[in-house]
Structure formats: C-alpha cells, structure tokens
Design a protein around this ligand. Structure first.
Ligand SMILES: Nc1nc2c(ncn2[C@@H]2O[C@H](COP(=O)(O)OP(=O)(O)OP(=O)(O)O)[C@@H](O)[C@H]2O)c(=O)[nH]1
Ligand SMILES: [Mg+2]
Length: 224
C-alpha cells in the first residue's frame, strides 16, 4: 500500500532535511508500505525546496498559508493513506507505523493526535499552551466534541474522505476544521502522541493566528 507523508513548509531550511530523516522508511517498507514524501512550500525565500528535494521528497509550491498548502498537497498526494506533520522536527515520525496500525485495525477514517499526552517540557511556551487549551475548549463546547488537542498538526487520513469533506480554511484554522468535518461523517479517533521542541524559527503568529482560529470556529458553527 502506498502512503503519503505530507508536510507544509515555510522557510524551514534548518529543519526540513532532519524532519524527513526522522521518517522510519525501512520499517515502513518491511511492513508493506511504499512511502511518498510530499512537501508543500508556501513560497519560502530560503533553500527549503532545494533541501527537501535533496532529501528525496517531492516538492510543490503553493501560496502562503498553512491551509492553502494542505489543500494543494491533498490533491497531489499519491497514497491511499496520508500522514501529516510540520516540517520542524516537532512531531514523532517514529509513531507513524503504530498510527497506521490503529487506523487499519480499528477501521477508522481519520486520526488526530494529542500532543499534550507526551509533550517535552520545553516544546511549547506557556501562552501557546493556554491558547491551545482555550481553542480546544471552545471547539468542544461549540461542536459537542471531546478533543484534548484541537490544534495538533499530525493526522492520519484515508485519502478518499477528502473528496467528501470540503475543506475551506486558508490559514492555521484548517487544523481544527479537518477534525470537525471528519468527525461529522466518518469514524475518527484522537490518539496520544509525543511532541518535541521545534527546530528553526516559529512561524506561528500566536495572537493573530489564535484570534483567526476562534473567528473561524464561530464561522464554521454558524455557516457549517
Ligand atoms: N504559521 C505558518 N506556518 C506555515 C505557513 N506555511 C507553512 N507553514 C508550515 O506549517 C507548519 C506550522 O507552523 P509552526 O511555526 O511550526 O507552528 P506551530 O507548530 O503551531 O508552532 P511550534 O509548536 O512552535 O512549532 C510549519 O511546518 C511551517 O513551516 C504559514 O503561512 N504560516
Ligand atoms: Mg510546528
């Protein structure tokens, strides 16, 4: 079976090669998976695209914006199963085989990860943590969900569901939107995961992106 590991990247030349290197290619191959790595570059001004290609990834270029990059990447993904992560070494690539196992054995369509379960001490600043908790609580109240981490960027997706859930978010809000839309129509689960301190500079604009997420949460609740 073919799987795609899909990552958005904006000026991540310091971390992209290391992130790709964390993927357990050999183990995945031994267990019957052919791995396609796809990087969606949001117009980096550094050597992100060249570095990703040199590490064996396919690279496509899209307009800036986390959501735009994912929507562009989903169309180009070759795998039946797509696994997502940031290109900053923060997500546990070594947990991918077990996540795929859970998806298949429990016949799920979508998995989201809970970074708070095994979060390294210095991986998230206090204010960022607080913002995450507020957004997760708001999501649960507005959508009657039981998420522990509405902002995690590591998901496991059966590609076929993406033709049915129509994603619209252009920015960071795509992360909460995909979890909400997937759980409306499909069998989904949140699985505990590890989270590490990112390598390279933070791209998240904590206040602006946080407020935009909150606004988009309300918009999704009202307009569907
Ligand atoms: N914030 C942001 N990230 C983008 C954008 N385009 C691509 N990205 C990538 O999306 C991922 C998420 O951004 P991060 O800065 O890591 O945000 P974060 O994961 O919430 O914050 P950290 O915990 O500090 O990593 C990274 O791999 C970025 O390179 C964009 O327009 N804005
Ligand atoms: Mg990150």
């Amino acid at each position: 079976m073919k799987i795609t590991i899909l990552m958005p990247a904006l000026n991540e030349e310091e971390s992209i090669v290391k992130t790709i290197g964390m993927i357990p290619f050999n183990f995945l191959k031994e267990t019957g998976y052919e791995t396609d790595v796809l990087i969606v570059d949001g117009g980096s001004t550094d050597k992100t695209a060249e570095c990703a290609k040199s590490a064996g990834a396919r690279v496509i270029i899209s307009r800036k914006g986390y959501g735009r990059q994912y929507i562009a990447g989903f169309k180009e993904a070759l795998g039946e199963i797509i696994i997502t992560a940031d290109s900053d070494c923060s997500y546990p690539m070594e947990e991918i085989p077990e996540l795929i196992n859970i998806l298949i054995s429990e016949n799920l369509d979508f998995i989201s990860t809970n970074r708070f379960a095994r979060m390294d001490r210095d991986s998230m600043m206090f204010l960022n943590k607080l913002g995450n908790k507020i957004l997760t609580l708001s999501t649960n109240l507005l959508f009657n969900s039981k998420l522990k981490d509405s902002q995690s960027g590591m998901w496991v997706i059966r590609k076929k569901i993406l033709d049915i859930i129509r994603l619209k978010g252009t920015g960071m809000s795509l992360s909460q939107e995909i979890k909400i839309r997937a759980s409306r129509n499909f069998k989904t689960r949140e699985v505990d995961s590890t989270y590490r301190k990112r390598v390279g500079k933070v791209k998240l604009r904590m206040f602006a992106d946080g407020m935009d997420n909150l606004f988009n949460l309300l918009k999704l609740r009202i307009l569907g």
